[in-house]
Design a binder for this molecule. Structure first.
Ligand SMILES: Nc1ncnc2c1ncn2[C@@H]1O[C@H](COP(=O)(O)OP(=O)(O)OP(=O)(O)O)[C@@H](O)[C@H]1O
Length: 748
């Protein structure tokens, strides 16, 4: 019945879309409305299509005898006063499906999970919520209080596909509370690896779009993830929930027009991530407001010459700096101040020569005009106060030791050297953030772009007018009573009809506009963001409606977060909320026992989130001869794959050994292949059925946050974990079971 209703709705939306597409008349206003309707129907069809698999996945039997079906979208019966047939999982009345427990049944008698394959029901799991029943699990057992345990465990034990799936059928109570939390203000979600932070962040985006559809469709939602591989890993989750309007970007993509992926030393990124960079950039800009070393001759008018000296430039520079506007916008102030001074200088020359003021206002205006027309003068002015793009400013700065010295006078030489490079345009993610800051500090003169847009519009109208003129000529022989094109259309309207740039969604407009402000911003792996990156993100979200998910113990980036309070204080003081996720769904208990030792070494006070399941396989280690590492690795990969069935395997290696061990530093990595070799940093947020960690000692040694990197690597496994160590094993991994080569996995 529900699928029949889905089909009806789909048919209806397709028919409406087809009718709207056929409407091609009307004025520009009607055209805009038509485009809006087309987008609306197309979105609706996409939503209905996305609901096809697992349309209805739950049923609630209430104590009062009512039944509620829960699914991916809401469906209603038009023949029966729009009685709800299926409730959208995000509707308030569906919340009980996720949060009702035996202890607090909230009017629910029975919760049923319905499994389907295409349009056939393949299984059901029932839970009777009986407050008098004794809990199966003891206090402290992570399985106590799970919702839909059987369905959940089936989902967790399933082979990974290389892409994240939605968890809409098995959201747990503590996750649901975060997903449905109020949209206002900053919400920080802290949770250990595998507690569902990413899943929760994505489902929260879907929930917020459902609940605040109008506002958020207009302003858009921004999702920031750690790297492009991660964004590919999650890119099917929101579409599978019927939501397509979220703009997903890495920090390196935040500055429009630049996709910053170049790699740089961690220390350089750390330096660029400090808030002090605002001062450095300010100084770098002031350094571009130069004075001539000696007076420069300027030819103008009829081969006359006037000398431009440093004092004149200094006073013009002061005037421009005092104007209070940004560098690029202050440039006209500087130029005019120089020209005024030169005019005065010429007038003073005449006065000195003739003893009286010989020039009247008209003469002075003429000299002013001649100076304005002097290409030589503009060339000199361009050198003294150049109009700068953020890219020019940074590329010039990073490729010049002198400019770096001028912008960073108080920094030690080694730090300045960290920023010096040959290719100024090899943008790194940390640079993207600085480009944004530079754009703020330079000020953008958009008058040229506006003039260009107006010119293009005028050209389109002129072309349309030509077309109409030709049509009118052709129509001269036509009966005067007959309607012709020009009776119905003017050039503006015709031009508007032929403006075939498709209407952009909020996400598309936002991606192209640095000054766009979003309705909501979600940051995943938020612990990796530098102080400078937070500054940019806060500019993108003045409403401070944000969800930040992360785990401080996983911070790998040197510029990353070590305290949420510290990073948020400058923007919201202490007006932010913290929620915790406390159960590990990904990593089985055997793997977590190993990772827990590493966590204790990072922070003895940190709490280990209990795993919800065991894998039945003990993690192992194997010592290998360094010279044979590559060969042994290849053999072990083959052996692991043979035992994996359809699952995925990741080989996680030290960043400095990525290329040597068969990985690639380029992003994104191909997640569809069964085996991937990734650096520890690249594996952030991902998961695999089986993980081989290579050379843990190097992982720990190669970064001051090396233990966190190792912790991230170990916690990527959903089933099996092996560690290959070509040297000594770091003592934090002592718990690993030694494995003889080449026997099978160690069974527990
Ligand atoms: N309620 C749930 N139902 C089914 N699967 C879940 C649930 N919660 C989490 N998972 C699964 O657990 C795994 C880990 O989730 P996720 O990647 O969101 O964790 P995370 O906290 O972001 O981890 P990390 O910090 O290590 O990146 C995913 O495969 C996710 O689908």
């Amino acid at each position: 019945m529900l699928y029949r209703r889905l089909d009806d709705q789909r048919k209806q939306a397709s028919a409406q879309l087809a009718t709207t597409l056929r409407e091609n008349g009307g004025n520009p206003q009607a055209r805009v409305e038509r485009d809006a309707s087309v987008a609306l129907y197309a979105d609706r069809i996409a939503q209905l299509d996305a609901a096809e698999n697992g349309l209805c996945f739950g049923r609630l039997d209430l104590a009062d005898g009512q039944r509620r079906y829960i699914g991916r979208i809401g469906l209603f019966d038009p023949a029966d006063e729009y009685r709800p047939l299926l409730m959208d999982w995000r509707a308030p009345a569906a919340a009980a499906f996720y949060v009702a427990t035996a202890a607090a049944p909230d009017g629910v008698r029975r919760r049923r999970h319905i499994r389907t394959s295409r349009r056939t029901v393949t299984g059901i799991d029932d839970e009777v919520l009986d407050p008098s029943a004794v809990d199966r699990y003891g206090a402290g057992d992570p399985r106590r209080g799970l919702t839909g345990e059987t369905t959940l465990l089936a989902a967790l034990n399933a082979d990974r596909t290389g892409r994240m799936r939605d968890i809409v059928t098995t959201i747990q109570a503590e996750q649901d509370e975060i997903i449905r939390a109020d949209a206002h203000g900053v919400l920080v979600v802290q949770g250990g690896p595998g507690t569902g932070k990413t899943a929760v962040a994505l489902h929260r985006a879907a929930y917020l779009l459902y609940t605040h559809r109008e506002r958020l469709t207009r302003r858009g939602v921004l999702l920031v993830g750690p790297n492009t591989t991660f964004l590919r890993y999650i890119d099917q989750v929101l579409p599978s929930l019927g939501e397509t309007g979220v703009l997903a970007q890495t920090v390196g993509q935040l500055y429009p027009g630049v996709d910053a992926r170049a790699v740089e030393p961690a220390e350089a990124a750390e330096l660029k991530g400090r808030l002090d960079m605002v001062e450095v950039l300010t100084a770098a800009i002031r350094d571009r407001q130069e004075l001539p070393d000696e007076a420069v001759p300027i030819r103008y008018g009829n081969d006359e010459v006037v000398w431009l000296d440093a004092a004149t430039c200094a006073s013009a520079r002061q005037r421009a700096r005092d104007s209070g506007v940004r560098h690029n916008l202050a440039r006209p102030v500087f130029c005019q101040a120089v020209i005024d001074a030169l005019v005065r200088q010429v007038a003073a020359g005449f006065t000195a020569e003739f003893g009286i003021d010989v020039l009247d206002a008209g003469d002075l205006a003429e000299i002013n005009r001649e100076l304005q027309d002097s290409p030589e003068l503009w060339e000199v002015l361009d050198g003294l106060w150049p109009e700068l793009t953020p890219q020019q400013l940074l590329a010039d700065l990073f490729t010049s030791a002198e400019r770096l010295a001028a912008a960073m006078p108080d920094y030690p030489d080694e730090q300045r050297a960290l920023l010096l490079r040959e290719d100024g345009e090899a943008w790194t993610p940390a640079d993207a953030v600085l480009l944004d800051e530079a754009a703020e500090l330079l000020g953008e003169d958009t008058s040229a772009e506006r003039a260009q847009a107006e010119r293009e519009h005028a050209e389109r109208v002129a072309y349309a007018q030509d077309v109409l003129n030709i049509m009118e000529l052709d129509a001269e022989e036509v009966d005067p009573d007959e309607l012709i094109a020009t009776d119905l259309l003017d050039a503006e309207e015709l031009a508007a009809r032929h403006d075939d740039t498709p209407p952009m969604t909020a996400a598309e407009r936002a991606a192209a506009d640095r000054t766009w402000t979003f309705g909501h911003v979600i940051v995943d792996e938020a612990q990796e963001l530098s102080a400078m990156a937070w500054r940019v993100l806060m500019r993108r979200c003045p409403s401070r409606s944000m969800t930040l998910v992360g785990d401080l113990a996983q911070t790998g980036d040197l510029a990353g977060v070590t305290s949420w309070a510290q990073v948020l204080h400058p923007y919201v003081a202490d007006r932010w909320r913290l929620r915790r996720l406390t159960v590990n769904y990904r990593t089985p208990s055997e793997v977590m026992a190993v990772a827990a030792d590493v966590l204790a070494a990072i922070d003895p006070a940190a709490e280990v989130m209990p795993s919800v399941r065991d894998a039945g396989v003990r993690p192992w280690r194997l010592r290998v001869d360094p010279a044979e590492l590559a060969d042994r690795l290849a053999e072990l990969v083959a052996a692991e794959l043979a035992g994996l069935g359809g699952g995925r395997l990741a080989v996680l290696v030290p960043t400095s050994r990525i290329t040597e061990l068969g990985g690639s530093v380029d992003q994104p990595t191909d997640l569809d292949s069964q085996v991937v070799v990734l650096g520890v940093g690249q594996a952030k947020g991902l998961e695999f059925d089986s993980v081989l960690v290579v050379d843990p000692a190097r992982i720990v040694a190669e970064s001051p946050r090396g233990l966190s990197d190792l912790y991230v690597a170990l916690t990527r496994a959903t089933q099996r974990l092996g560690v290959l160590h070509p040297g000594e094993l770091p003592p934090v991994l002592d718990r690993l079971e030694p494995r003889d080569y080449p026997v099978g996995a160690v069974r527990s």
